[in-house]
Design a protein around this ligand. Structure first.
Ligand code: SAM
Length: 206
């Protein structure tokens, strides 16, 4: 719960566009989601979505089955406020991804930017991957982004794990094929530069 308190405080005290991970548009994520070729009715979950603008852009693209999950209710509140009426088109789940029970074979696309890298304990990463297995449909897509090997050692004042594309893919195992990986240079609102890596994987269809 220490972690929940941390994140609630962050979103209660900082404007959504002032946090270091803010992006006016999550362009790499959007490009990879579109690259799946999934229809506009695809089930998409943004895990640890916080107050990210990704959901705004997915709604604008016409996607109709969107879920945003985050540990922080304050983060989800900020996103819902920003969306206004459109917030009703999205499912919002305030939960810890290492303990939540998501529906089985529910999602076509799992997206996570800058959440997996906080999971320092192997048992938390294993719990996360078990949830991916449970809730992503066979043949579904998993897009996970963390700090890269040459990224910062901390995010939001918390220590993080850094990954190469192969190391990140290894966390998910052979049932996930690495279709593509990308590096991204992120410029924080305060002017710092951070290297991210994105893994774009497909779950085996059986
Ligand atoms: C660095 S922010 C990234 C937010 C968003 N993905 C983005 O790119 O703008 C990390 C987010 O993960 C959430 N988070 C941290 N640990 C979590 C957990 N165990 N379960 C769910 N969300 C978590 C935080 O509340 C925060 O919103």
């Amino acid at each position: 719960m220490q972690s929940k308190e941390h994140w609630e405080k962050v979103y209660e005290t900082k404007a959504p566009d002032a946090v270091s991970w803010f992006q006016p548009h999550a362009q790499v994520s959007l490009d990879l989601i579109k690259a799946t070729g999934a229809g506009l009715d695809a089930g998409i979950i943004d895990v640890g979505g916080g107050a990210s603008t990704l959901v705004d852009d997915l709604l604008a693209e016409g996607y109709t089955d969107l879920t945003v999950l985050d540990l922080s209710a304050a983060a989800l509140h900020a996103a819902r406020q920003r969306l206004g009426e459109r917030e009703r088109q999205v499912r919002w789940i305030a939960a810890d991804i290492t303990t939540v029970e998501l529906p089985e074979a529910r999602y076509d696309i799992w997206h996570d930017r800058a959440v997996f890298h906080f999971l320092a304990e192997p048992q938390d990463r294993e719990a996360y991957v078990r949830t991916v297995f449970r809730s992503v449909k066979p043949g579904g897509y998993v897009i996970v982004s963390t700090f890269a090997e040459d990224g910062p050692a901390q995010c939001s004042g918390l220590p993080v794990m850094r990954y190469s594309a192969d190391e990140l893919h290894d966390e998910f195992g052979e049932s996930f094929t690495l279709l593509q990986h990308r590096k991204e240079t992120h410029h924080t609102p305060a002017g710092a530069v951070q290297q991210f890596v994105y893994c774009y994987c497909r779950r085996a269809s059986s």
